[in-house]
Structure formats: structure tokens, C-alpha cells
Design a protein around this ligand. Structure first.
Ligand SMILES: Cc1ncc(COP(=O)(O)OP(=O)(O)O)c(N)n1
Ligand SMILES: Cc1nc(C(=O)O)sc1CCOP(=O)(O)O
Ligand SMILES: [Mg+2]
Length: 572
């Protein structure tokens, strides 16, 4: 693998074990493999929440946990009998000692026993920031007020008690009770949740995850447009992104430490450089699996099970589509902005694997590739008026049919419908503006671009004909707002997508890398330069094809053909 590829080898499973880790350089190498995650929280002697839950979670998701303990609690599954805050000196000593040697890639803050500890921590963070601007990693604050047994863990009820910390916090993760206590807003509707989040943003929070586990609104079932049973809807609210994560409410009372688990899981995934919305998608799936497999140990609610990095789509939340009833209930989009959602899945491609998939910018290239036997290809013309490109698009479509090939038209979906194309390829931003219902009704196949977990979930909800995942490696062909995904993530995405529909990898794939990419089991590789800049195009196509033939066939791809194409999110 090339060194410019951002890859996190521990994204799944345990770290690589090194035989001798006693030298400084060896220790540093270890630290790079498992990112260091701090938890600043209280000890739960019952092992279900607090520091104990955090360490288990951090380890389970591929991090190395370090702790700064804020309080000792005498706690079981049914009671909190004693809370003893650590001394100020003891608190700061832990932070200083860790900072000197074990710098964090992310921090989770849990129980702080009152305004004094909040101020101590805020001052300590401010000093680190002043000494080295930009040295603080992502910080998650779980504003713990009450234990799940109902006991108060925090000495004050002041709604502004966490405000000194807010400037340092990347995301605040209150449950319904905490959100109400921090804002004074009565959370009796989805829009009230939004206004509480808005208030916290005005007070300095960068983002809020308003957890829906405790929130039940009148008529909530009807918001989902389907008899789905009790749901849990979390709202991510920041200036840049407002998104819902919707999943079934798991029928268990083993929720002891669920807030601690969520926030430490989030810190651990953020420490592996995932963007917030992707990290939240993973964390919701982790909670789903942990609650589902949870067990009781004492007389009261048990803790969540530790089930490792989630890999199956069924564990992940649904991300409601633009124009969906759920988004409208939260007021996340104006009625006038509603996208036209299709009423049925898109026509599936008749093959489970799309193979070598060149993306080219002229009808001449389309013709040349068809003559060389290419069966999946895309015409991607950028920045021209529809009038200027119509004749070329019409001719390319005609050629595609003549050669019985799968020709996708990028962007110009109206022309693709008008001229009866095999399919259309659209980006994420197009999903909100294109008439997806018209594309589906016309029987055209639809391919969608994605760049991480969140976009994969949003694309999957539309039941497209394929999902493209990029950019795997750095590419000069297109300016990308997101980071390269790398091979480890690609493996995870393929496992998620390909049991349901064809997956396509794109971005920076040349012939040597095609062999690495094919090992992920992905059924298709989309390329621009590997074909258009090849000295010998026929030879390049042959070598790219070779990459697939040398790679193991994964059962997921083979299973696809037999899989009915269901639409996962019919909540319009
Ligand atoms: C197969 C495939 N995957 C991704 C893309 C990128 O599409 P999009 O996000 O719409 O960006 P542009 O190509 O329009 O710049 C693609 N074209 N093909
Ligand atoms: C058009 C395009 N879309 C991408 C995405 O990730 O969505 S990457 C990409 C460019 C791919 O070109 P090359 O094969 O030359 O790297
Ligand atoms: Mg496009």
C-alpha cells in the first residue's frame, strides 16, 4: 500500500501484536496502530458504566484507553450508595501525567461532579490550547447528571453548569432528560428537540447529538410511515449538518452505561479520523448490537455487551432521505424543498458485479471502449449546457444499446430519461434536487456516489441499482471535499453494501492498486486515468480485468443475484 493512503489498520479487530514493544520507537509504533483515547469520568464499581464501560468500549473498537478519574462511586446495578470526588490535585495530576506521554487522539468526558471540576477541566484545556493552538483532539462531552438507577451523580442542577467547557467540545451527547435540564425546553415534540439543540449551539456548542432513547412523542409511529414498532431517533445538530439516525428501540432494560458506551465509542471512532456523521453511524450500530446482546449480572439493569466493530447493514440506523416525513417532522427542511422520492426500488442491474468500469468524457471514448468490449461505462461530461451535450449524449446512449452495454450518464438525468439511457449516475448533492421518482418510473438504473458510512446509509435508503464508494486513494482527477477512504474502510463498506446491491470502488485506482482493491471483494472498479492515460488502452483494460480474476470471490457478491431488492426507507 502506498504511504499517501490514509488507512487505519485497527478499524476492525485487535491491534497488531508486536513481539518486543520496549523501545521508544516501538512504543510509538504501537500507539499509531491503536489511537489513544482518554476517558475523563467516574468509576462505577459495578462495571457497567463510567470508566469501566469506557475502557471496555475503547478497547473493543480499536483504541487504547487512558483514564482520568473524577470520582469513585460505590455503585451496583440497583443503587449508587456513595460518590466521592477525587481531589483537585489528584484530578489535574492525572491529566498532566497523561499529557506528558500519552497524548490523546480523542477525549471523552463523562461524569464531572460539579462546577468546580468543570472549571478545573475548562482551565486545564484552555492552557493546553494556549500553549499549542490546535493541539486538542476531538472532545465528546456526555453531560452526566443522573445514574440510570435514578441517583444524582452531580451536585448541582444549574442548567449552565457545563457552559465553561462548551468552547472546547466538539459534540455534546445529552439524553432527553439531560437536554431538558440543560436548556429548560420541554421536549414534547421533535421541533422542541431542535430548538433545544439550537440554544446549545448559541451557547457555544459546536454540535449536539440529542439522543432519542428516552423521547417518546405523541403520534411518533406515524412519522415513520410504516408500522415499524417503537423507534429511537437521534438528532445530530450542528451548523454544517442536521441529520437523523433512526432505528428500532431495542426491547431490553439492560441499558446501564449506555450513555457512557455511546460517548466513549464516539471518541474512539473519531480518534480513527472518521467524520462526525460517519462516526455516529458506526456508534449507533455498535449500540444496537450491544443492547441486543446485553445481559443482566445483578438484580437491576445489566450493561451493554461488547460486540466489536459493526459490519452488517442490519445493525446500522436508517438515515431519512431529503423530503421524508421524519425530516419534515423535525423541521429539517422546508415543505417547498421536498425532493421527489421514488415509490419503489430502482431497477436492479442484471449482473451482481459490474466489473471494470471506465468513466470517460466524450462520445469518442465511449465508442472506442465499446469496440474494445467494455460492458459497463459512464459518460461524464462536466460543466456544459444541456443543449451543448444533448447530441453527444443521445449518440452515446444509442451506441451503448447497440453494443448491449451498461452505459451510465453522469449528471444529465433529464437527457438520460429523454433518450432512454441504461442508467444515470448521480452524486449526493444531486439526490436532493434530481427528480428521482421520474428516473425510477422511467426504468433507468441509478448509481449513487458515496464517501463514507453516512452517505452509504442515505444512498441505501433509496435502493439504487449500485452504490459507488470513493475516493479510495488520492486522485488529481477531481477535487474531493472528503479524505481518501483507504483499503480498510473499503473492506468494511463492501461488507455492508454488496450483500444488498453491486458495490463500485472509485478514486485513484491504477493497475497495481486494482489488485489490492479487488481483494476487498468489491465487484467493480471505476477508473478515469487508468484507462484514459494508458499507453495501450486494450492492455490496461485486460490488466484491470486480471485484478478481478486473481481476487477471491466473496459469497456476498454471489448472494446478490438471489436477493430481492427492497426499499429500506419508505417513510416519504
Ligand atoms: C462510478 C462513479 N462513482 C462516483 C462518481 C462521482 O460522481 P459524482 O459524485 O456525481 O461526481 P461527478 O462525477 O459528477 O464529479 C462517478 N462519476 N462515477
Ligand atoms: C469522478 C470521481 N468521483 C470520485 C468519487 O470519489 O466520488 S473519485 C473520481 C475520479 C476518479 O478518477 P481516477 O480514476 O483518475 O482517480
Ligand atoms: Mg455527478
Amino acid at each position: 500500500m502506498s504511504s499517501d493512503v490514509k488507512d487505519t489498520p485497527t478499524a476492525v479487530g485487535p491491534a497488531v501484536t508486536r513481539p518486543q514493544a520496549d523501545s521508544t520507537s516501538e512504543a510509538a509504533a504501537q500507539a499509531q496502530v491503536r489511537p489513544i483515547v482518554w476517558t475523563i469520568a467516574g468509576s462505577d464499581s459495578g462495571g457497567g458504566a463510567g470508566i469501566q464501560a469506557d475502557l471496555l468500549t475503547i478497547q473493543d473498537l480499536g483504541g487504547h484507553g487512558c483514564t482520568a478519574i473524577t470520582a469513585i462511586t460505590a455503585q451496583s446495578s440497583v443503587a449508587v450508595d456513595h460518590v466521592e470526588p477525587i481531589s483537585d490535585a489528584g484530578f489535574i495530576a492525572q491529566l498532566d501525567t497523561l499529557w506528558a506521554d500519552l497524548k490523546p487522539r480523542a477525549i471523552k468526558i463523562g461524569l464531572l461532579t460539579g462546577p468546580e471540576q468543570v472549571k478545573l477541566l475548562a482551565d486545564w484545556l484552555a492552557q493546553r490550547q494556549a500553549e499549542a493552538p490546535g493541539s486538542l483532539p476531538p472532545i465528546v462531552l456526555d453531560p452526566v447528571l443522573v445514574a440510570s438507577s435514578g441517583a444524582m451523580l452531580n451536585t448541582t442542577e444549574a442548567s449552565d453548569q457545563f457552559d465553561p467547557l462548551l468552547p472546547f467540545i466538539d459534540i455534546l451527547t445529552p439524553n432527553g432528560d439531560e437536554l431538558a435540564a440543560l436548556t429548560g425546553v420541554v421536549l414534547d415534540s421533535p421541533k422542541a428537540v431542535v430548538s433545544a439543540c439550537e440554544q446549545l449551539l448559541k451557547r457555544g456548542a459546536k454540535a449536539v447529538l440529542a439522543k432519542g432513547g428516552h423521547l417518546i412523542f405523541d403520534g411518533a409511529e406515524t412519522l415513520h410511515g410504516q408500522p415499524a414498532g417503537p423507534r429511537c431517533v437521534d438528532l445530530l445538530y450542528s451548523a454544517e449538518l442536521k441529520a437523523l439516525f433512526d432505528g428500532p428501540r431495542i426491547d431490553t432494560d439492560n441499558t446501564h452505561g449506555s450513555g457512557c458506551t455511546l460517548s466513549s465509542a464516539l471518541a474512539t471512532v473519531l480518534a480513527q479520523d472518521y467524520v462526525m456523521e460517519d462516526a455516529l453511524a458506526v456508534v449507533r450500530a455498535y449500540l444496537h448490537n450491544g443492547l441486543t446482546a446485553s445481559q443482566r449480572f445483578g438484580a437491576g439493569p445489566g450493561p451493554l455487551a461488547r460486540t466489536g466493530w459493526p459490519t452488517e447493514l442490519a445493525s446500522f440506523p436508517r438515515v431519512p432521505l431529503p423530503g421524508s416525513a421524519l425530516n419534515r417532522a423535525y423541521g429539517l427542511e422546508a415543505e417547498s424543498e421536498q425532493a421527489k422520492l421514488p415509490e419503489a426500488p430502482f431497477t436492479p442491474c442484471e449482473v451482481a458485479e459490474l466489473g471494470v468500469y471506465p468513466v470517460v468524457d466524450s462520445v469518442e471514448w465511449v465508442k472506442r471502449l465499446l469496440q474494445l468490449g467494455v460492458k459497463t461505462l459512464q459518460l461524464r461530461i462536466k460543466d456544459q449546457s444541456p443543449e451543448a451535450v444533448e447530441a453527444d449524449i443521445a449518440l452515446a446512449i444509442e451506441l451503448g444499446h447497440a453494443y448491449e452495454a451498461r452505459l451510465f450518464i453522469n449528471d444529465y438525468w433529464q437527457l438520460a430519461i429523454k433518450h432512454g439511457a441504461y442508467g444515470v449516475h448521480l452524486g449526493q448533492e444531486d439526490m436532493a434536487i434530481a427528480d428521482l421518482a421520474a428516473i425510477q418510473r422511467a426504468g433507468l438504473k441509478l448509481g449513487l456516489s458515496t464517501h463514507g458510512y453516512f452517505e452509504i446509509l442515505r444512498a441505501h435508503a433509496l435502493a439504487p441499482s449500485y452504490i459507488a464508494m470513493g475516493h479510495i486513494f488520492p486522485t488529481p482527477t477531481k477535487q474531493m471535499p472528503s479524505a481518501p477512504q483507504g483499503l480498510t474502510r473499503l473492506h468494511n463498506y463492501v461488507a455492508l453494501v454488496q450483500p444488498h446491491r453491486p458495490a463500485v470502488a472509485i478514486g485513484g485506482i491504477d493497475i497495481p492498486r486494482a489488485f489490492e482493491v479487488a481483494k476487498s471483494g468489491v465487484g467493480s472498479i471505476a477508473v478515469v486515468r487508468a484507462v484514459t492515460q494508458a499507453k495501450d488502452v486494450a492492455e490496461a483494460l485486460g490488466e484491470l480485468q486480471c485484478a478481478f480474476e486473481s481476487a477471491p470471490t466473496l459469497p456476498t457478491a454471489a448472494a446478490l443475484a438471489a436477493q430481492p431488492q427492497e426499499r429500506e426507507c419508505s417513510d416519504a
